[in-house]
Ligand binder design. Structure first.
Ligand SMILES: [Zn+2]
Ligand SMILES: [Zn+2]
Length: 244
């Protein structure tokens, strides 16, 4: 697999000092994806063929709805509805011609099966996944090639659990043998150490709410409860890319 390196964003990421720089990069990828499908790109027939066919996951549909671009989204939705109308017409007809509770039940189940099929796949998730693959591959490639990056990664706060899984998956494309073992162990050593640190920060927050500690310093734990959540689940997750 030939994968394009993303050296600059990954180097910027490792230097930012966050809980997971893949989360930061993927939040940006998500914003870019939403902006693209609310831009003039949706005026072009090729893009509308895709939006009509694949659409978006529920999370990204709602980001589009809240994206403040009514005209673009109205265009996308108008022809998406046309396609849905075509796909749902036989189901509506079967429901209206059902002559018994059993036939109605069958027709309704089959209608919602087609709704489930229609909901599968998301163009924004697909665009995000392309970047996720490149970012995760680049981390492994830079770890191998660049001693300075290796040191920066070892000194970083590591990654969220969700992205550790993606990083390990892509490591197998970039590395092999002893390198793969060493890098894989580093990813999980970083995870174990930093889960403990985040928990300690969260614990300190619980202590700070006790009256005897109210004058003690926060030690940077003012947002520990949120970091405790996102260290587990990650941000900017790819939910349902289009599988062809
Ligand atoms: Zn992450
Ligand atoms: Zn999505």
């Amino acid at each position: 697999m030939k994968i394009q390196l993303e050296t600059i964003p990954v180097w910027d990421g490792v230097k930012e000092g966050s809980e997971c720089f893949i989360c930061s990069l993927m939040k940006k990828a998500e914003e870019d994806g939403v902006r693209y499908y609310l831009s003039s790109a949706v005026m072009t027939p090729e893009v509308r063929v895709e939006t009509n066919r694949d659409g978006f996951c529920t999370h990204h549909f709602s980001l589009l709805a809240e994206g403040g671009k009514p005209q673009s989204l109205a265009l996308v939705m108008d022809t998406y509805y046309d396609e849905s109308k075509r796909l749902y017409a036989p189901g509506f007809e079967k429901i209206q011609s059902a002559s018994s509770p059993r036939k109605l039940e069958k027709a309704v189940s089959s209608f919602f099966e087609s709704v489930g099929e229609r909901e599968k796949g998301c163009l924004i998730c697909s665009r995000m996944e392309e970047r996720l693959v490149r970012y995760c591959y680049t981390v492994a490639a830079l770890w191998k090639e660049d001693q300075e990056f290796r040191k920066a990664l070892e000194d970083s706060k590591g990654f969220c659990i969700h992205h550790t899984q993606q990083l390990y998956r892509m490591a197998k494309e970039a590395l092999s043998g002893d390198d793969l073992v060493e890098y894989g162990k580093l990813l999980f050593a970083l995870l174990e150490k930093n889960l403990a640190r985040v928990q300690h920060d969260d614990w300190w927050m619980t202590q700070k709410y006790k009256s005897e500690n109210k004058d003690k310093p926060w030690n940077g734990c003012e947002d520990a409860q949120k970091r405790a959540v996102y260290k587990l689940i990650g941000e900017g997750r790819v939910i349902d890319p289009v599988r062809s």
